[in-house]
Design a protein around this ligand. Structure first.
Ligand code: DGP
Length: 118
């Protein structure tokens, strides 16, 4: 999709520090890491958010989790990791292209939750 930063990264139009790539999935380091290991996993196909996952496109989500398991071995996350998806405005999603944060080597309390205000 035009003007989508992660589509541009998927096409190689914007550089990224890649850790995994195949025909449908790309994984690269987050430029604003919130953990000692912070990788983003994205479908190359433009899916705007988790709200747009359907029976037709959900296969790539399963594949993303297979890739996460591969990366866990490669990146030394044998003690575990967190997978986080922020969806929509209330979910504090800032890039409108489906992505999963993979956080390793211990981080607690991210993402921050807004206070209820009451
Ligand atoms: P979210 O808030 O869940 O939409 O997270 C978007 C993440 O994307 C955020 O942690 C920063 C990261 N990010 C944004 N632009 C770029 C970029 O151009 N390159 C890389 N590597 N990461 C980016």
């Amino acid at each position: 999709m035009e003007d989508c930063i992660f589509c541009k990264i998927a096409k190689g139009e914007i550089p990224s520090n890649k850790v995994y790539e195949d025909e449908t999935v790309l994984a690269f380091y987050d430029l604003d890491p919130q953990a000692p290991v912070h990788v983003l996993l994205i479908p190359k196909e433009h899916i705007a958010s988790a709200k747009e996952i359907t029976a037709e496109n959900s296969g790539v989500v399963a594949h993303i989790f297979e890739v996460a398991a591969i990366l866990a071995k490669e990146l030394g996350l044998e003690n575990g990791f967190r997978i986080v998806n922020n969806c929509g405005k209330d979910g504090m999603q800032s890039v409108q292209h489906l992505h999963f944060h993979m956080l390793g080597k211990r981080v607690m309390g991210w993402p921050p939750f807004p206070t209820a205000g009451n």
